[in-house]
Design a protein around this ligand. Structure first.
Ligand SMILES: C[S@@+](CC[C@H](N)C(=O)[O-])C[C@H]1O[C@@H](n2cnc3c(N)ncnc32)[C@H](O)[C@@H]1O
Length: 229
């Protein structure tokens, strides 16, 4: 999927997207199409399953305020909006201008009120204690370690006391088994992620792993769930 990547913002997007050391993706609808193809024919639907499980692990309630950091083209945010209902609030940030344009178009087409903004995890454009839940899927491996720390501190800032955080990410290559070890170079160590989450002031980080399916090239993924004290 990273043929859709660029390391810095393009000239066209410089005015609105901030510079980041994260790996920004682009492509909009082309990204969605490629992801659908890879997920359906190579990953046996495990990316879809990962997003559903992320939303389920967050135990969202109708009326809650939820932020998706590194929301890409907004697929998870759409599912979140369904779960929190019209009384809830859903926001998504991503530095990829084409991804945000695509996310906005999808939400508008389905008449779902989601606030998609160009933004970065290291400087979230929200006041302190805004959200009940913050989610992030397949994004952490796009960030160098210092940025992960900075981003987690920002997430802690925008979460309400007792707010929940769920991070899903590909596992680090060395931690994968079988066929999966050959795919997708990036990835995070779930133990290291959990340690960073704790360092950022979250309580009782728990790790879960996705089961490996036979005949799937899915690179293996895990979840870190924690709450702010
Ligand atoms: C593999 S995509 C995952 C997108 C989406 N969460 C999903 O599950 O489809 C990773 C996303 O992280 C975004 N990203 C990169 N650097 C970032 C940063 N500093 N802050 C927030 N998002 C970032 C990329 O632009 C990209 O859209």
């Amino acid at each position: 999927m990273h043929s859709f990547a660029r390391h810095r913002t393009s000239r066209a997007s410089k005015a609105s997207a901030k510079e980041t050391k994260g790996l920004i993706l682009k492509g909009g609808w082309r990204y969605d199409l490629m992801e659908w193809f890879i997920d359906t024919f190579m990953f046996r639907g495990q990316v879809r399953e990962l997003r559903q499980r992320t939303a389920t692990l967050a135990r969202m309630q109708p009326g809650e305020a939820v932020l998706d950091v590194g929301c890409g083209t907004g697929t998870l945010a759409m599912e979140v909006a369904r779960r929190v209902g019209r009384a809830g609030r859903v926001a998504g940030v991503d530095p990829g201008t084409e991804q945000i344009a695509r996310a906005r178009a999808k939400a508008a087409r389905r008449d779902v009120p989601i606030e998609f903004q160009i933004g970065v995890i290291e400087q979230l454009p929200f006041p302190d204690q805004t959200f009940d839940v913050v989610l992030s899927t397949l994004m952490m491996h796009h960030l160098p370690a210092p940025l992960k720390r900075q981003g987690l501190a920002e997430i802690a800032r925008v979460l309400k006391p007792g707010g929940r955080l769920v991070i899903a990410d590909f596992k680090r290559k060395q931690e994968r088994a079988g066929q999966a070890a050959r795919f997708h170079a990036g990835g995070s160590s779930m133990q290291e992620l959990a340690a960073l989450v704790k360092e950022a002031g979250f309580e009782h980080p728990e790790i879960e792993e996705m089961r490996l399916l036979r005949f799937s090239a899915f690179p293996g993924a895990g979840f870190v769930r924690a709450h702010k004290s």
